[in-house]
Write a protein that binds this ligand. Structure first.
Ligand code: FES
Length: 113
């Protein structure tokens, strides 16, 4: 029938599991991601860096970017775009907070509250 919105939000963590400026590894439906807290805003991206596969779960968040620990490339926590290399971009995913629970929907791109 018409208009049935697919509900594919998955609980991945609880508020307080991620400290401000940090990222943690999470998994949604077998997909490896990172969940981070940039100021007051949660974000999610793919876990492996698009440069040479650095583990972003070992990275940090700084000034609106998640920073890869391997070579220091910075990626926007909103768009996933690399600040240091044109054309490189991480996949980003929608994140929402429901009560004390943080949820990700890998069927949706980022930039969601
Ligand atoms: S592997 Fe991430 S910056 Fe090189």
């Amino acid at each position: 029938m018409l208009g049935a919105m697919s509900e594919s939000w998955r609980a991945v963590a609880r508020v307080g599991d991620v400290r401000r400026g940090d990222v943690i590894a999470v998994e949604v439906d077998g997909v490896q991601l990172v969940l981070g807290l940039d100021g007051e805003r949660y974000f999610a991206t793919q876990r492996r860096c698009v440069h040479q596969g650095g583990d972003l779960a070992e990275g940090i968040v700084s000034r609106g970017h998640v920073v890869c620990p391997q070579h220091g490339w910075r990626f926007s926590t909103e768009s996933g775009e690399a600040a240091d290399a044109a054309g490189f971009c991480l996949a980003t995913y929608a994140v929402r907070v429901v009560g004390e629970q943080i949820e990700i929907d890998i069927a949706r791109g980022g930039k969601q509250a």
